[in-house]
Structures are given as structure tokens and as C-alpha cells.
Design a protein around this ligand. Structure first.
Ligand SMILES: Cc1cc2nc3c(=O)[nH]c(=O)nc-3n(C[C@H](O)[C@H](O)[C@H](O)COP(=O)(O)O)c2cc1C
Length: 197
């Protein structure tokens, strides 16, 4: 059983110009980095774009594709747990996020995934529901409790602080406690027996 801090990869799912995602991510990483039981690596898909054309099965990916993947894949592989920060786009989650998920496979196996979502009235919850279905296919374990920001642009001050700090801080703690429980349980289990994918 390892007592090392958990490696948490926070994936920023929106790449839109002028996006709100960094405000939400900064708030969330501010919460996560207060904890001593985990370290945080932010993977911003706007800074590390991945190709949208996949190679033929069994064919080499080419140098440029390898270079782009090298900025993301090893960090996903190293993570013990993930939090996906996602907006809602048309009842779902953004296409670049699906692309990043689809480029990988074993990197997701037997690892927990928590969600911080934002959007209009639905607070990104429909994006989260769709992500749960996708991630089950990749042998990931999704965390029940989430953090969601409804009409998110009205909830944050200019400086990125949240207007109702206590409520969403409590939600982040609940989600991270559940995520850490699963991450420890799965990391310990995999150290005894490889995951049977
Ligand atoms: C293409 C697109 C589709 C959207 N669809 C929805 C939606 O179905 N439900 C919703 O609540 N908000 C929707 N929104 C609003 C976004 O969730 C909101 O603008 C959010 O801030 C977008 O995240 P971003 O600023 O990080 O890109 C949509 C926004 C865009 C750009």
C-alpha cells in the first residue's frame, strides 16, 4: 500500500477562444492544491491540441502526431486519478475532449474520474452524464458527486473568486474525497494484481 500523494490530472475540456474554462479550472485547482493527499497536473487541451485524423489501424502515426501525443499521453498514463473540467455544448461535452479521450485507452483503465462542469441552466450536467457512458467503455470509474456551475458566468467575480464560496467548496471537497478513496483503492489493488481489461 502506497502512501505517496495521488497524482491528479485535471483536464480542461474547452478549447474555445475566449472560453470560460480557465476561470473554473483556476478556482478548482485552488481547491485541489490545498490538499496534501494529491498533486495536480493541469492538461489544457487548448495548449496541447491533438490531431483529429486518426492513423489506420496498425500503421505508424508519424513524427508530428507522436510529438503532439507526447505532450499529453505520458501525463494521462502517470495519473492515478482525473478530474475533467467540462462545459456543456449542445447537450454534451466539447469535441476536442472526445478526441483526447479517443486517442487513449489503457491510460484510463481502472482509474477514477471526477467532474467539474459548467454551462447554462443545466450547469453542464448533461455533458457529465454523456461522459460517464463514454468513460465506462474505457474501464474508468466515474465519481458520483460532482461540482457544477449553473449560469456560470454570473457566479464568478472578475478576479475568479466564486460568489458563494462555501457551497461549491463543500461540493469540491465531497467529490475529491470520493475520488481519493477510489484512487487509493485502485492504485493499491493494481499494485497487487494487474487490472484485467
Ligand atoms: C457550441 C455551444 C453549445 C452550447 N450548448 C449549450 C447547452 O446545450 N447547454 C448549456 O447549458 N449551455 C450551452 N452552451 C453554453 C456554454 O456551456 C457556456 O457558454 C460555457 O461557458 C462554454 O464553455 P467555454 O466558455 O469554456 O467554452 C453552449 C455553448 C456553445 C459554444
Amino acid at each position: 500500500m502506497s502512501h505517496d500523494p495521488l497524482k491528479l490530472a485535471v483536464i480542461v475540456g474547452s478549447t474555445r477562444e475566449g472560453r470560460f474554462g480557465p476561470t473554473v479550472t483556476k478556482w478548482f485547482t485552488g481547491q485541489a492544491s490545498q490538499r496534501e493527499d494529491l498533486t495536480v497536473d493541469v492538461i489544457d487541451l487548448a495548449e496541447t491540441p491533438l490531431p483529429t485524423v486518426f492513423p489506420q489501424f496498425g500503421q505508424s502515426q508519424g513524427e508530428e502526431v507522436e510529438r503532439q501525443l507526447a505532450a499529453v499521453s505520458p501525463r494521462l498514463a502517470a495519473a492515478d486519478a482525473f478530474v475533467i473540467v467540462t462545459p456543456e455544448y449542445n447537450h454534451s461535452f466539447p469535441a476536442p475532449l472526445k478526441n483526447a479521450i479517443d486517442w487513449h485507452n489503457e491510460e484510463w483503465h481502472a482509474k477514477p474520474v471526477g467532474f467539474v462542469s459548467y454551462g447554462g441552466l443545466a450547469g453542464g450536467l448533461r455533458a457529465v452524464e454523456q461522459l460517464r457512458v463514454v468513460l465506462a467503455e474505457l474501464h474508468a470509474v466515474t465519481i458520483r458527486d460532482t461540482v457544477s456551475f449553473h449560469n456560470s458566468w454570473a457566479e464568478f467575480e472578475e478576479d475568479g473568486t466564486h460568489r458563494d464560496g462555501a457551497g461549491c467548496e463543500a461540493a469540491a471537497k465531497t467529490m475529491l474525497d470520493q475520488l481519493a478513496w477510489w484512487a487509493h483503492a485502485l492504485r493499491d489493488a493494481k499494485s497487487v494484481r494487474p487490472y484485467a481489461a
